[in-house]
Ligand binder design. Structure first.
Ligand code: ADP
Length: 227
């Protein structure tokens, strides 16, 4: 059995296959990430980062190839089982926070836990602990609109970690912030990842941020180059 948290092997993904607007996004991509390892996924816009992260995180399926999470082949699971594994094992962070506007910061972190069967008191305690960890406990009762961009993204990090995933997938997580805020928020993210021992794949075009991760892989022309 593989000791990798995530292992994708020979992924192929083509959109609009056989049509004039065919896009061959992934042409045999393999990547393995160990527990505690933080991998930078560097690629120009349109190269297929989101496609790869969505396939790795069980939000999309490849045309062929294999996705293994914690040594288990996810390729042939039913949709229902994939959803269950995704909820309990994978945390996602996007460029935009996608917090629910009508709920407070705290509630945004509690809700995914309730959906995963956690009792309300325990969910609340964990949510508060996470907000404290990222330094914004005093903002717990604020709705997203009453938070700064950096604070919104910190709440999104807490939400991604709410169900104690073993794999974190982040798609340009600080791409929407000004450079100074981006640096500080990135520090918070890396700190969280290191403290929890997660395996993480973090897509960025920012080479300085990429250099602070354990290693970098580059997606170009459908091929993943490992350095
Ligand atoms: P990135 O995240 O690196 O910007 P994406 O994975 O979003 O790249 O997209 C890779 C390529 O695939 C782009 O050319 C994009 O236009 C195309 N693409 C993405 N999703 C679809 C889709 N559902 N249908 C057709 N083409 C798509």
């Amino acid at each position: 059995m593989s000791d990798h948290t995530l292992q994708v092997t020979d992924l192929i993904k083509t959109y609009n296959a056989g049509k004039p607007n065919e896009v061959r996004v992934l042409q045999g991509v393999s990547l393995a990430v160990k527990p505690g390892e933080v991998v930078a996924l560097v690629a120009p816009s349109g190269a297929g980062k989101s496609t790869l992260l969505h396939i790795a995180g069980l939000l999309d399926t490849p045309d062929s190839g294999m996705v293994q999470i914690a040594g288990t082949d996810m390729t042939h699971l039913s949709d229902r089982k994939r959803t269950a594994v995704r909820r309990s094992t994978v945390g996602f962070i996007y460029q935009f926070h996608h917090l629910l506007p009508e709920f407070t910061a705290l509630e945004n972190i509690i809700l995914p836990q309730l959906a995963n069967g956690v009792a309300e008191k325990a969910a609340q305690a964990r949510a508060m602990g996470l907000l404290d960890h990222v330094g914004i406990a005093e903002r717990a009762s604020h709705r997203p609109a009453a938070l700064s961009g950096g604070e919104q993204q910190r709440v999104a990090f807490c939400r991604a970690l709410a169900n104690e995933p073993s794999l974190l997938l982040a798609d340009e997580p600080t791409g929407n912030l000004d450079p100074e805020t981006s640096d500080r928020v990135f520090d918070t993210l890396i700190g969280l990842v290191r403290d929890t021992g997660l395996a993480a794949v973090i897509a960025t075009h920012n080479l300085e941020l990429a250099a602070r991760m354990d290693r970098q892989v580059r997606l170009n022309g459908g091929i993943l180059e490992t350095s």
